[in-house]
Design a protein around this ligand. Structure first.
Ligand SMILES: Cc1cc2nc3c(=O)[nH]c(=O)nc-3n(C[C@H](O)[C@H](O)[C@H](O)COP(=O)(O)OP(=O)(O)OC[C@H]3O[C@@H](n4cnc5c(N)ncnc54)[C@H](O)[C@@H]3O)c2cc1C
Length: 326
C-alpha cells in the first residue's frame, strides 16, 4: 500500500501533490494494483474528495484537532507514522515542496530509514530503484531503497497531474490523534500577509518581463515594472534577486519559484542558470536582454538584444508609449 501526504491550496489539492498522486498511480499499477491512500491535515477547501477520487485515490485520512490546524513538521510526521503503521503501507511519499520534504524527513528520522528527496522516476520495484535530482537539479542520481517503508518526495513538475482512467473511491476517514507536546516545539503560531499578492498571476501571465542581478539593486526595477505594465504582463525575477531581498519571493521564477509558460518572456540581466531555466523553458518565445552574448539565456533565446538593460528597457518603453500615443 502507498500512503501519500498531500497538501492543499485555495483551489484544492496542490499541483505538486497531484503530480505525486500521478507517480503513485504508476507505481501502484507496476505493483499490480496497490491501493493509494492520502493523508490531509487541517482546514480544507471545497471539493477535495471528488478531486482525489478523480485522480485514483482509494482512501483519505483527514487529520484535524489541536496540533494539526497549523503546520508543524514533527506533529504531522507523528500522525503520518501512526497511519503508516495502521495501514501497513510499504511506501510513503509526498510532493517535493518545503513542507513535503520536512514532514518526510521527520518521518525518516523517526523510523530510522533513508529518504530520497526530489525523485523524478523509478526504474523497478524489486529492487526499488528511484532516480532523483541532486545539486539543485543539475545532476541525477540513482538510489536503491531497500528498507520498508520506502520514503521519498517527488520533484515538482517531474510528473504530469492528470485524472485517472479508473477513478478511486476516496473513502473518507476523520482522524483526531493525540500530539506529544514535544512535537509542537516548532510550529507556526501566526501567519501575516506581507503585501497584496494576486495568487497565480505570474503563472497565468501571457507576457512576463524578467529581471535578475543585472538590475543592479532594489532600485533597478522601475523600467522592467513599467514594461510589464505596458505589455499587460507580470514581473518575474531570479533567485539572486529574491535572496538579496530586492524583490519578494512570490515573483521568483525557477525550480524553487514559479514555473511559467507565457507567450512572451523577456528576461533582462538574467544569466539563465539551469534552475532558472527549469521554470521558464516552456515560454513560447524568449527575448533576452543581456550585456553578455555568451550568457546561457542569450544562447537559448529566440531573440536577444546585447546591451545594458537600463538603456534597452527604457528605449522599448519609450517606443511602446510613442506607438500607443501615451
Ligand atoms: C537548489 C537551487 C535552487 C535554485 N532555484 C532557483 C530558482 O528557482 N530561480 C532562479 O532564478 N535561480 C535559482 N537558483 C540560483 C541559480 O543557480 C542562479 O544563481 C541564479 O538564477 C542567477 O541569477 P541571475 O541570473 O539573476 O544572476 P547571475 O547569474 O549573476 O547573472 C546576471 C546576468 O546579468 C547580466 N547583466 C549584468 N548586468 C547587466 C545589465 N546592466 N544589463 C543586462 N544584463 C546584465 C550578466 O551578463 C549575467 O548574465 C537555484 C540554485 C540552487 C542551488
Amino acid at each position: 500500500m502507498i500512503l501519500l501526504y498531500l497538501e492543499t491550496d485555495e483551489a484544492g489539492i496542490a499541483e505538486t501533490s497531484l503530480e505525486t498522486v500521478a507517480l503513485a498511480r504508476s507505481l501502484a499499477e507496476a505493483g499490480g494494483g496497490i491501493a493509494i491512500r492520502a493523508v490531509l491535515f487541517g482546514g480544507l477547501p471545497e471539493g477535495v474528495a471528488g478531486q482525489l477520487a478523480a485522480h485514483g485515490v482509494d482512501e483519505v485520512f483527514h487529520v484535524t484537532g489541536a496540533g494539526f490546524e497549523a503546520f508543524s513538521g514533527a506533529a504531522w510526521a507523528s500522525a503520518l507514522q501512526a497511519l503508516r503503521e495502521r495501514t501497513g503501507s510499504v511506501v510513503v511519499a509526498a510532493g517535493g515542496s518545503p513542507r513535503g520534504n520536512e514532514v518526510l524527513a521527520h518521518l525518516a528520522a523517526r523510523l530510522d530509514v533513508p529518504m530520497a528527496a526530489n525523485v523524478v522516476s523509478f526504474a523497478g520495484l524489486a529492487p526499488f530503484v528511484v532516480t532523483r535530482q541532486v545539486v539543485g537539479g543539475a545532476a541525477l542520481e540513482e538510489m536503491r531503497l531497500d528498507q520498508r517503508p520506502a520514503l521519498f518526495t517527488v520533484a515538482g513538475h517531474s510528473w504530469t497531474a492528470r485524472a485517472a482512467v479508473t477513478p478511486g473511491k476516496a473513502e473518507w476517514h476523520e482522524e483526531a490523534p493525540e500530539v506529544a507536546p514535544g512535537d509542537l516545539a516548532a510550529r507556526i503560531v501566526s501567519v501575516g500577509q506581507r503585501e497584496a499578492v494576486r495568487p497565480g498571476a505570474l503563472k497565468r501571465a501571457r507576457v512576463v518581463v524578467g529581471a535578475g542581478r543585472g538590475a543592479g539593486g532594489p532600485d533597478g526595477f522601475d523600467g522592467v515594472v513599467e514594461l510589464a505594465e505596458l505589455l499587460g504582463g507580470a514581473l518575474g525575477v531570479s533567485r539572486v534577486v529574491t535572496s538579496l531581498g530586492w524583490r519578494p519571493h512570490h515573483e521568483q521564477v525557477g525550480q524553487t519559484g514559479s514555473r511559467i509558460s507565457p507567450e512572451l518572456y523577456i528576461p533582462c540581466g538574467i544569466s539563465g542558470a539551469i534552475q532558472h531555466w527549469a521554470g521558464c523553458s516552456s515560454s513560447k518565445t524568449i527575448l533576452a536582454i543581456n550585456t553578455d552574448p555568451e550568457a546561457p539565456m542569450v544562447t537559448k533565446a529566440d531573440y536577444a538584444v546585447i546591451g545594458d538593460m537600463h538603456e534597452v528597457v527604457p528605449a522599448i518603453v519609450e517606443e511602446l508609449r510613442r506607438r500607443s500615443g501615451a
